[in-house]
Design a protein around this ligand. Structure first.
Ligand SMILES: [Zn+2]
Length: 129
């Protein structure tokens, strides 16, 4: 199941950007998954439940944004939705259009909760120890 490896990598990247932003935790991770990316969304969900343990995303929500596949016809250049690589162009019937969408596997968004900032007054007068 390669979803586990993909999810671990996505989580690693999400944690990295969350840390860089000074987040206390990740509240949601949104992934964009193309219909032809060979990733099974259900398997991603399962991998998520396992992989997020002990990470900043432990209590986060996983949102999967499916991307329908589309191809561009090599002959008439029209763009059309397709279910696989062999869907013929509905306009001219040519087969073998170039896939322009549907193989995505990327992080669409990482929502974070900022680290709690103590409610300190701006002026501090006890800096010196
Ligand atoms: Zn065509």
């Amino acid at each position: 199941m390669h979803e586990m490896a993909l999810m671990s990598e996505a989580l690693r990247l999400a944690e990295e950007s969350a840390r860089a932003a000074g987040a206390a935790r990740i509240t949601a991770l949104r992934l964009r998954i193309g219909a032809l990316s060979s990733v099974v969304p259900e398997a991603m969900q399962f991998a998520w439940d396992v992989a997020r343990r002990g990470t900043l995303a432990e209590t986060a929500i996983l949102q999967i944004e499916p991307v329908p596949a589309a191809a561009q016809c090599a002959r008439c250049e029209s763009e059309y939705p397709c279910d696989d690589f062999w869907t013929p162009c509905p306009r001219c019937g040519a087969v073998g259009g170039e896939l322009v969408r549907g193989q995505e596997l990327e992080i669409a968004a990482v929502e974070i909760e900022p680290a709690a900032t103590p409610n300190q007054p701006c002026v501090r007068n006890a800096d010196a120890v």
